[in-house]
Design a protein around this ligand. Structure first.
Ligand code: LMG
Ligand code: NDP
Ligand code: PMR
Length: 400
């Protein structure tokens, strides 16, 4: 049995964080409890209204400069006169390898989705799509480098020009620098892992929210990939260095490594921790999106832990011995291993399965590959921290 699944429903995972619920189903929504929802909504309401009208104004200008967006009809008549759902359009960041590619493949194979592969390496993405046998008309590769805010804005511009609707956005791309001694930085001067995994995606998702909202697809979704290693209510999340955003002083300083730390908590640089911190931000942002926008837009905001996909490019910077031992360790010791294909099916479910539409949920799968609503750690479900990360992040990416 996967250790994560066996740990989480137990009292251990819950009590460690000082929470008092007993089962996964019961505790799954601690991070988005009704009281949190109202508190957050109330405290930031006026800020949001201002912000929204500003963004809407900006968006309408951009729209006016590009071709008018076609309004796709949901149901198209077939020759027999039956109505069928039109193809959905899903944007997947980092679809050139690993989980993103496997998800693109799984969705393409259904024939019900057009996949926009938002990738930093155009040729690699094209080759990857071909190598897994995706039909030529099932995907479009578009350039996106999440380590540059300009590139994120350019991607949004290009996507709008394509006239495709946006039905689902999947924030999947990530980098991990476990052996780096010194930080490296994005084009805008943010530490590279938080800059890419969190800030780049934050800007992308914020800008594309309006496009998602305009979609007439029956189930509009924003999926942000999270992970077990950012959740300290699990064994995996307790392997050092542990995720901890602290009081966010490094994030507030811009993660520059100059006058402020490159780490969110303001401490010394640690590449493995920076990755785990970025995943905490991803999971917090999913919930903050849910609190701010679900009711108003009907968009489902979700996150997931797809299982330990120990063979992906994520570990490319790790030492060769780790890359050799990690897959068998996960397969035979923790039993948390999943193949890329299996993980792709899981994320594809979160994109398109009618039973996984609930918003504000962090999905996981048990040993029989059945999905369940999982419990996030105390920090990864802290509504006040989520609000602060949101507000600091929007300043850093130029939205506030
Ligand atoms: C860090 O080390 C590096 O410092 C950092 O630079 C970066 O590279 C990072 O993640 C990458 O790794 C981490 C790691 C490296 O160190 C450890 O893992 C130390 C072991 C500490 C063990 C902690 C276990 C978790 C404790 C849980 C606490 C209980 C809380 C319960 C709460 C639950 C609530 C519900 O070191 C290693 O990875 C090597 C560790 C070797 C230990 C061997 C363990 C036996 C496993 C059997 C192994 C099979 C062989 C495969 C090994 C593959 C390597 C992963
Ligand atoms: P991969 O390295 O295989 O895939 C990551 C993808 O992100 C690649 O396509 C990569 O592009 C892309 N990417 C990296 N930097 C950028 C950038 N600046 N701009 C655009 N795209 C970029 O890793 P995984 O498939 O394992 O990771 C996918 C997601 O799954 C991540 O969010 C990760 O945190 C999460 N995850 C992974 C787990 C695992 O065990 N592997 C477990 C839990 C979660 P390129 O191909 O050009 O390098
Ligand atoms: Mg971890 C108990 C089960 C379990 C699971 C599901 C994972 C997933 N890991 C588990 C346990 C352990 N790991 C234990 C007991 C150890 C100590 C030997 C251990 C070590 C370890 C290392 C060094 N694990 C790692 C690393 C990494 O470099 C990976 C990482 O932290 O990346 C940030 C990693 C991972 N373990 C996982 C998963 C899913 C990862 C990788 C990626 C991620 O979270 O996205």
């Amino acid at each position: 049995m996967a250790l994560q699944a066996s740990f989480l429903p137990s009292a251990l995972s819950v009590h460690k964080e000082g929470k008092s619920s007993s089962g996964v189903k019961d505790t799954a929504f601690l991070g988005i409890s009704l009281s949190d929802h109202h508190k957050s909504d109330f405290s930031s309401a006026s800020l949001r209204t201002k912000q929204r009208s500003f963004e809407q104004k900006k968006l309408s200008i951009t729209r006016a400069q590009t071709t008018a967006v076609a309004s796709p009809s949901i149901n198209r008549a077939t020759s027999e006169g039956k109505k069928t759902l039109r193809k959905g359009t899903v944007v997947i960041t980092g679809a050139s390898s690993g989980l993103g590619l496997a998800t693109a493949k799984a969705l393409a194979d259904t024939g019900k989705w057009h996949i926009v592969m938002a990738c930093r390496d155009f040729l690699k993405a094209e080759r990857a799509a071909k190598s897994v046998g995706m039909a030529k008309d099932s995907y479009t590769v578009m350039h996106l480098d999440l380590a540059s805010l300009d590139s994120v804005r350019q991607f949004v511009h290009n996507f709008r020009r394509s006239d495709m609707p946006l039905d689902v956005l999947v924030c999947n791309a990530a980098v991990y620098f476990p052996t780096a001694r010194e930080p490296t930085f994005t084009a805008d001067g943010f530490e590279l892992s938080v800059g890419t995994n969190h800030l780049g995606h934050f800007l992308l998702a914020r800008l594309l929210l309006d496009d998602l909202n305009k979609s007439d697809y029956p189930s509009k979704r924003l999926v942000i990939v999270g992970s077990i290693t950012g959740n300290t209510n699990t064994l995996a999340g307790n392997v050092p260095p542990k995720a901890n955003l602290g009081d966010l002083r490094g994030l507030a300083g811009g993660l520059t490594g100059l006058n402020s730390s490159a780490m969110i908590d303001g401490k010394d640089f640690d590449g493995a921790k920076a990755y785990k911190d970025s995943k905490v931000c991803n999971m917090l942002m999913m919930q903050e999106f849910h609190r701010r926008y679900h009711e108003e837009t009907g968009i489902s905001f979700t996150s997931l832990y797809p299982g330990c996909i120990a063979t992906t490019g994520l570990f490319r910077e790790h030492i060769p011995l780790f890359r050799l031992l990690f897959p068998p360790f996960q397969k035979f010791v923790t039993k948390g291993f999943v193949s890329e294909a299996e993980s792709g099916k899981r994320l594809a479910q979160v994109v398109s399965d009618p039973s996984l539409t609930k918003s504000g949920v962090y999905w996981s799968w048990n040993k029989d590959s059945a999905s369940f609503e999982n419990q996030l750690s105390e920090e990864a479900s802290d509504a006040e921290k989520a609000r602060k990360v949101w507000e600091i992040s929007e300043k850093l990416v130029g939205l506030a």
